[in-house]
Ligand binder design. Structure first.
Ligand SMILES: [Zn+2]
Length: 393
């Protein structure tokens, strides 16, 4: 399985210039290759293939010597990236979905370039780009030996390397082939109810994971900074500074959220062999009035992380059909509407239970294929109890 490892890198001033040059040239190449495909289609209705475009890289280098200072794999990667954009476009057209034609990339939408091979499989050794040099540098062709902070070990066999800019920070992201490391059996299964304010998630055994407060705080700062930006005059140096500060805050929120998702997923998988969740259509949910907080929480990202970690740990994550999970009584199977903000009080059997724990129990049973309202947890859930908070972080 593949796993990404991201490390902050600290280029010197001349290296920074070269990194930026790489971004400028690759962006220019992407836009030119896109233009070529558009023109070919307009003039002849025909198409230009990725293979043809890769071949013409030779001419590009002849006509524009600055391109010779960029590794061939990086340039080929740009063509591949464009080709993927077109494949995605054609697939969506074919499927009758809304399909945006691949677009030209502006400066703020182009923040990375890629080395497609960093490991030589035949020699079982580093191929070149991204090779560690000494204890705290990596070798980047045409850029130099760039300082890196190995804040955690690089595990597995590295395949590709992406150099990424995020505001004024730069990162090296290695994608590695890693062996799964199974966790010892936990002897339990759990259902989780996602997207129920004010909690990030609620488990079928009564655990509540509150939505993290700390990024709410950062978010408030974010809104304030947004206003500062809009007050500054376009093109002024004050505005540039304000935009940089805004980007820093965005990065902070993103990192905090990701960190929280990782920790939450790890706790769930350590304690359970199988995690059942509702198949959420994030798109559908974000259209609802919960829109804001749902987009903030990034359910899609959380589930991706959960699935990725499960594969690595030999655990299972299973999606179930979310129909009526909040309306069914987990004690007896009775179906009723529940007012928002109130506990579930069953009109048939008298069960009183936290409404989201009730839903999580239903999700667990659906996942296990048990009839609703007829398992061991019923008696347990019937006992009035204060759900323990599941500490995260
Ligand atoms: Zn009931």
């Amino acid at each position: 399985m593949l796993k990404a490892f991201a490390y902050r890198i600290y280029p010197t001033k001349p290296q920074l210039k070269d990194l930026e040059e790489h971004l400028n040239r690759t962006r220019e190449l992407y836009n030119a290759a896109l233009q070529e495909r558009r023109d070919a289609y307009k003039k002849t209705g025909g198409s230009v293939t990725a293979f043809e475009q890769m071949r013409s890289l030779v001419e590009v280098k002849e006509g524009r010597p600055e391109y010779r200072r960029i590794h061939a794999h990086v340039l080929q990667g740009v063509i591949t990236q464009l080709d993927r954009a077109f494949q995605g476009f054609f697939r969506r057209v074919k499927a009758g979905e809304k399909a945006g034609y691949p677009r030209f990339k502006s400066k703020d939408r182009w923040n990375s370039f890629h080395f497609k091979q960093v490991w030589d499989n035949s020699r079982d050794n580093w191929f070149g780009p991204g090779k560690p040099v000494g204890s705290n540098r990596i070798r980047l062709p045409n850029i130099g030996d760039v300082r890196i902070k190995w804040h955690r070990p690089l595990v597995g066999r590295p395949k590709t390397l992406t150099i990424k800019r995020d505001g004024e920070h730069w990162y090296a992201v290695y994608v590695c082939e890693v062996e799964p490391t199974p966790l010892p059996p936990a002897g339990g299964e759990v259902g989780i109810d996602l997207g129920t304010s004010p909690n990030f998630l609620v488990t079928s055994n009564g655990g509540l994971v509150p939505a993290p407060k700390y990024y709410r705080v950062t978010e408030r700062k974010l809104r304030r900074q947004q206003r500062v930006v809009s007050r500054r005059k376009r093109g002024s140096s004050g505005r540039k500074k304000a935009v940089a500060a805004l980007k820093r805050l965005h990065r902070k929120v993103r990192n905090q959220r990701k960190d929280f998702h990782h920790k939450t997923a790890r706790k769930l998988l350590e304690a359970n062999d199988v995690v059942y969740h509702e198949n959420l259509s994030v798109k559908a949910m974000s259209r609802s009035r919960l829109s804001k907080s749902i987009l903030d929480m990034g359910w899609g990202q959380f589930l991706n992380i959960l699935y990725g970690k499960a594969a690595e740990a030999g655990r299972r994550v299973v999606g179930v059909n979310p129909a009526y999970t909040s309306q069914i009584c987990s004690g007896c199977g009775h179906v009723q509407k529940v007012p928002i903000g109130k506990p579930y009080e069953c009109g048939a059997c008298g069960l009183v239970i936290h409404r989201d724990v009730n839903a999580a129990l239903n999700i667990l049973r659906m996942g296990q294929g048990l009839p609703l309202g007829e398992s061991d947890e019923v008696a347990h859930a019937r006992r009035p109890q204060k759900p323990p908070a599941l500490a995260v972080g």
